[in-house]
Design a protein. Structure first.
Length: 310
């Protein structure tokens, strides 16, 4: 008797432990008008450690189409989880169809098993047509009367808005052109002669006493720039963008004595060495750079005056 009791208890526990979860199949209705849409769901309640694998791209037969499907999983309680597949279905053929059972895989403790949904019957009906009545003839196109408020007025308002927009654009375009024309007409101040500009800048540079304060790089750089600017204004050569050798070659076509040219080359080369070779000029070189620059402007200035007198 005791053995039978133990056996029954074992069978009861086995049924509890190894019980299969069931699939609940729901549908909005078992009757559907052709072309309509309705919702259908598969619901499986299971333990948290069990994994339910809903099928993808579910097939419900040739006459029933699945328009969309979505899988969700939600925790109901500490010991129960709900896995659900929601679908939207339709049919474009009337008739009575059987939705077949759909296999759903479950995985528990590394073991995969399969459960099936419940088969359903779906009736798809066509719209009712009363054949006893004659088909009405096609009616003529109805001509609606033109309304000023709803037909003409919106067009007029649109045209008026376009005209105002075009007028604003034309006004501001003309105003901008007039402003630019006024700026162009503005009389420019007369340009000082090249030698005057050079003398002013060299005098200002000498007053700064840059090399005496140890800033010899800036001193040499400003002397070189001032002389190059003078050459551009005086002889109209691209001295500011040219290297020393190119400047000397460009001046060969002008009537300049050799001594000013030698002094000019000395000025430019010293500035180049300070800038690129980190040369530190002595006091005499700094003074010579200023003296040679003033002498060069003076020598070439005399030629400029003579040409003006001629």
């Amino acid at each position: 008797m005791k053995q039978y009791f133990i056996l029954l208890l074992f069978l009861f526990i086995s049924q509890i432990v190894f019980a299969q979860p069931e699939v609940e199949t729901t549908i909005d209705s078992t009757n559907m008008m052709i072309g309509d849409q309705m919702n259908m769901e598969f619901k499986v309640k299971h333990a948290p450690k069990m994994v339910v694998l809903m099928p993808k791209s579910v097939s419900l037969g040739d006459k029933i189409e699945v328009l969309s499907e979505r899988d969700t999983t939600a925790k109901i309680s500490e010991n129960e989880v709900l896995t659900k597949k929601s679908m939207t279905i339709t049919s474009f053929d009337s008739g009575i169809y059987v939705i077949p059972p759909v296999p759903i895989q479950i995985e528990r403790n590394g073991i995969i098993d399969t459960i099936f949904s419940k088969a359903l019957r779906l009736t798809v009906v066509s719209p009712f047509l009363d054949t006893t009545k004659n088909i009405a003839p096609i009616k003529d196109i109805f001509t609606e009367n033109i309304s000023f408020k709803y037909d003409i007025l919106p067009v007029l308002l649109g045209l008026f808005a376009i005209i105002i927009l075009i007028s604003i654009i034309v006004y501001y375009t003309k105003r901008q052109k007039q402003h630019e024309a006024i700026q162009q007409v503005t009389v420019e101040k007369p340009q000082l002669p090249a030698h005057v500009i050079a003398y002013i800048k060299l005098k200002e540079l000498d007053d700064k006493q840059l090399w005496q304060k140890g800033d010899f790089k800036k001193y040499q750089s400003e002397i070189s720039y001032t002389i190059r600017e003078y050459l551009e204004n005086r002889y109209e050569i691209p001295a500011l963008e040219s290297v020393t050798q190119e400047i000397m070659s460009s001046l060969n076509g002008f009537d300049i004595e050799s001594k000013p040219l030698i002094n000019l080359k000395n000025i430019l080369q010293t500035a180049d060495l300070v800038k690129f070779a980190k040369l530190i000029p002595n006091e005499n070189q700094h003074r010579e750079a200023m003296d040679f620059s003033l002498d060069f402007v003076k020598e070439t200035l005399e030629e400029e005056i003579e040409e003006e007198e001629k």
